[in-house]
Write a protein that binds this ligand. Structure first.
Ligand code: MSP
Length: 473
């Protein structure tokens, strides 16, 4: 039995989840559920990145203490994932003691390696990114991701000797073509490293909110560095047994945080002598009218509102079907509804209700004969292994349409008049293939898959209440 460790980014808690966050998290959930189906021992982690200065500001404007605010927001994120049926095994908060323990242990290794030194940082810092920027990163003097001028700061910091890892990183990326996906992102990372790596600050001066720097409480650990280490904390590092899950099989991340995951993180791991994650897979952005959905822009769409109206399964399906994973996609309600109506109401929902109705009407609910599973699922599996969720779902659509077409061609309502044996074969074939379809659908639409298999799996039809996906006008 193989192990499979999949992670999502841990989200900042200065805002609530929007569909951009849900998109990555649902994708990770699909991978986790899919690998459980394959019999793998899965560790699937999600969580909250709490030690940021953004948390302090958000707490201030909410009129709460930072601790209270963080507790409430962590709960809020957790509830969102629960309502979207995200089957995480671990929800990590970076304010946990366990995490501090793991960070301290890793820092000892970086220090022992001679990769940490103290110096003065004087340069740019973007609070939106929680990141140090170079002048060449700016566009018209602004951080391109946050459209804000960065702060000019000068402070004493502990530094990590990233420049030492430039060649090793390039070599590693070249030798491991699966390390960074998709290829466009790998090229971007290679270009970034080739331009030259500067050592970077791993602490911030001042001892306020944040994780205390080991051995020097006048500093806090630079939030990105400790946030990355969450992936080790979840695996149980540095305690015995963490190698069961480490290295992670895949970190799913948004395309804006690949520098952290594909440059800083592997360099820190190399310094600590730990193995690197197999793959960092970057998804694109969900946009509205060409602009990234984000709280700072104020164009957020609440995943829970969509889940309430269409059901969590429909949201999960449509988000992954609507935008090829790895690319940017424009989100519109028109498109959302179009996919809902065509794929879910017309094709899948209709297939299930027609077959159930015929089994009830012509055979008194007895399903009878088992048919053969008709579809070749190689392409489906290959698509999931390659993070092409939209392609996997396209395969499912093809199977669904094929089954509907089969009904049109076989015309069971006519066969019912003269050949009950043949009718049994037809309906048995349909029921078997619908159960098969439900199995493929389970990682994407767990509730729907359960309902469908429940209806058709026992030889006797279990009628479900209501329509799976009532058509939206
Ligand atoms: N806290 C860091 C991650 C640390 S991981 C060790 C962070 N948090 S975040 O809340 O700002 O963003 C988390 C993720 O959400 C990022 O991967 C980002 O790309 C993603 N998204 C934010 N808006 C998005 C869209 N509109 N579309 C798709 N993903 C988006 O960065």
């Amino acid at each position: 039995m193989a192990k499979y460790y999949v992670t999502t980014p841990i989200y900042y808690i200065n805002a609530k989840a929007h569909i951009g966050h849900a998109y990555t998290t649902i994708a990770a959930d699909v991978l986790a559920r899919y690998h459980r189906q394959q019999g793998d021992e899965v560790l699937f982690s999600v969580g909250t990145d709490e030690n940021s200065q953004k948390t302090v500001k958000a707490a201030e404007s909410a009129g709460q203490s930072v601790g209270e605010y963080a507790d409430a927001m962590a709960l809020n994120w957790k509830e969102v994932w629960d309502r979207l049926d995200i089957s995480y095994d671990r929800f990590i908060r970076t304010t946990e003691d366990l995490h501090q323990h793991s960070v301290n242990a890793l820092f000892q290794r970086l220090k022992a390696q001679g990769d940490i030194y103290k110096d003065t940082y004087s340069g740019l810092y973007c609070e939106g990114c929680e990141g140090f920027l170079r002048k060449t990163d700016l566009v018209d003097g602004l951080c391109p991701d946050h459209q804000k001028p960065p702060q000019e700061i000068e402070e004493e910091n502990y530094f990590f000797a990233l420049s030492r890892y430039q060649d090793r990183l390039l070599e590693y990326i070249n030798e491991n073509p699966d390390f960074i996906k998709p290829e466009s992102r790998r090229n971007e990372v290679v270009a970034f490293i080739t331009r030259g790596l500067d050592d970077f600050s791993i602490s911030r001066e001042g001892g306020g909110w944040g994780m205390p720097y080991p051995d020097d409480s006048t500093h806090t650990i630079y939030v990105w560095v400790e946030a990355l280490i969450n992936y080790l904390t979840v695996a149980g590092y540095p305690n015995e047994g963490y190698e069961k899950y480490w290295p992670a099989d895949v970190h799913l991340v948004g395309k804006d945080i690949i520098k952290f995951h594909c440059v800083y993180w592997p360099a820190l791991l190399m310094s600590a002598g730990l193995p690197l994650p197999e793959t960092v897979m970057a998804n694109g952005f969900l946009n509205v009218g060409g602009t990234k959905i984000s709280k700072s822009i104020g164009n957020v769409i609440d995943p829970l509102q969509l889940a309430d109206e269409y059901g969590p399964d429909a949201l999960r399906y449509i988000l992954l079907k609507g935008t090829p994973f790895g690319q940017d996609g424009d989100f519109t309600m028109e498109r959302f509804e179009a996919i809902y109506n065509s794929d879910l109401a017309d094709d899948l929902g209709n297939l299930v209700s027609r077959v159930a109705a015929m089994i009830a009407k012509y055979q008194g609910g007895l399903i009878g004969v088992d048919g053969d599973a008709a579809h070749d699922t190689n392409k489906f599996h290959e698509a999931i292994e390659n993070f092409q969720f939209e392609k996997a779902l396209e395969e499912i659509s093809v199977f669904t349409k094929d089954l509907n077409l089969y009904i049109e061609q076989e015309k069971p309502w006519e066969v019912a008049k003269e050949d009950s044996e043949h009718l049994q074969e037809i309906l048995g074939y349909l029921a078997t293939n619908i159960v098969h379809l439900a199995h493929l659908l389970e990682p994407f639409m767990p509730q729907t898959a359960a309902k469908i298999s429940n209806m058709f799996s026992t030889g006797k039809l279990e009628q479900s209440e209501g329509t799976l996906f009532p058509k939206k006008q």
